[in-house]
Design a protein around this ligand. Structure first.
Ligand SMILES: O=C(O)CCC(=O)C(=O)O
Length: 303
C-alpha cells in the first residue's frame, strides 16, 4: 500500500539503483538536478555563506540568516545548519518530488524532514596523507533504525546528499564503508577493518547535480580533499513522520503560514504511530515521469 500527500514518482529508483542500495547501503543518482538547478542552489548557498561570514556571531546563538547558522566555521570548512527556509530554492530541494520519494522508498514510509544543511569545504591546512583517517559515523543503529520488508532493507533515517560541484577522486566526495548498513557489529570494529583493507571504502565520484541516497545505518564520512577545488554539497535528512525536527532550529511562523496542505506531513510530521507504508518490489520499474526542482509551495496534489 502507498500513501501520497503530494504528487511524486513511485518507485523513484530503477531496480538496479534499488539493488545497489540494498547491497552497499547507498546509491548515486546522476543528473538528479539540471545544470540550471545546480547553479541556482550554488548561488543561494554562496549568498548565505557570505551573509553568515559577515556576522559577528554566526553560530546557532544568532543572529541568524533566515534561520541558518554555522555549525562549523573554519576558513576551509563552513558547515551551514538549518537552511530549510533560508532560500526558496533550498526549500525546493528538500521538497523535490523525486528526491523525497527516493528517501521514502528507502525508509518504507512517508517522510518528514528532520534536518537540512550544507557543507562548503576545501583542502584542510594539515598536510595531505596517503592513507587518510576519516570522521566515520552512523546516524542510527541497525536494530533500531533498520527493518526488512519484502526482502529489502529499510531505514527510518536517511539522507539525500547532492554535490553542487563536480567530484573527481581528489575532490573529497563522501566516503562510506560499503555494506556496513546491515552489519550489526561494533562500528569501531568495521572502521578498523576498512582501514586495513581500503577496498571496502567507497567514495562518491560524480558530476555536479548527482544525488547520493544512503541509509544512516551506513558508516560514512566526509572525504579528503587533495585538489585545489572547493566542494559544495546540500543535504536533507528525512525521518519517519513521528520523528522530530532536530537541526537546532524551528520553522518561523511566517514560513509555516506558507506551507501548503499537501506538504504538512513533510514539514510537520504526524503525531501518530501510522507511518504511511511505502514499499516496492525489485521487479517494479521506476516511475520515469519528469519532476523538475520547481517551486516548493506549488507542489501538485496527488493524481
Ligand atoms: O560531508 C560529507 O560528504 C558527509 C556528510 C555527513 O557525514 C553527514 O551528513 O552525516
Amino acid at each position: 500500500m502507498t500513501t501520497s500527500t503530494f504528487d511524486r514518482p513511485f518507485p523513484a529508483l530503477t531496480p538496479a539503483q534499488r539493488y545497489h542500495l540494498e547491497v552497499f547501503g547507498y546509491t548515486v543518482v546522476e543528473g538528479a538536478l539540471s545544470d540550471d538547478e545546480v547553479g541556482d542552489l550554488l548561488e543561494a548557498l554562496y549568498r548565505i555563506r557570505g551573509e553568515l561570514c559577515r556576522l559577528e556571531d554566526p553560530s546557532a546563538a544568532g543572529p541568524r540568516v533566515n534561520g541558518a547558522y554555522l555549525r562549523k566555521n573554519a576558513p576551509h570548512h563552513r558547515f551551514i545548519g538549518h537552511i530549510i527556509e533560508a532560500d526558496p530554492v533550498i526549500t525546493a530541494y528538500a521538497t523535490h518530488p523525486r528526491l523525497v520519494s527516493m528517501a521514502e522508498e528507502l525508509m518504507g514510509c512517508e517522510a518528514r524532514i528532520v534536518e537540512m544543511n550544507a557543507h562548503v569545504n576545501s583542502r584542510a591546512p594539515e598536510p595531505v596523507s596517503g592513507d587518510p583517517r576519516y570522521g566515520f559515523h552512523r546516524g542510527t543503529d541497525i536494530p533500531f533504525g533498520g527493518h526488512v520488508q519484502g526482502g529489502l532493507f529499510h531505514c527510518n533515517f536517511v539522507k539525500t546528499l547532492t554535490n553542487l560541484t563536480d567530484l573527481e577522486p581528489d575532490d573529497g566526495g563522501t566516503v562510506v564503508i560499503a555494506g556496513s548498513h546491515k552489519v550489526d557489529v561494533p562500528t569501531e570494529d568495521l572502521i578498523e577493518l576498512a582501514y586495513r583493507d581500503r577496498t571496502l571504502i567507497h567514495q562518491v565520484v560524480a558530476p555536479a547535480g548527482s544525488t547520493l541516497l544512503f541509509s544512516e545505518t551506513l558508516i560514512h564520512a566526509t572525504g579528503q580533499i587533495r585538489s585545489d577545488r572547493e566542494r559544495v554539497i546540500i543535504i536533507t535528512g528525512y525521518g519517519a513522520p513521528m520523528f522530530p525536527y532536530w537541526d537546532e532550529g524551528e520553522l518561523s511562523d511566517g514560513f509555516k503560514r506558507q506551507i501548503p496542505d499537501q506538504l504538512t506531513t513533510l514539514f510537520h510530521g504526524k503525531a501518530h504511530w501510522g507511518r504511511g507504508p511505502r514499499y516496492r518490489t525489485l521487479a517494479e520499474s521506476a516511475d520515469a515521469r519528469p519532476f523538475p526542482l520547481g517551486a516548493w509551495d506549488r507542489r501538485a496534489p496527488p493524481v
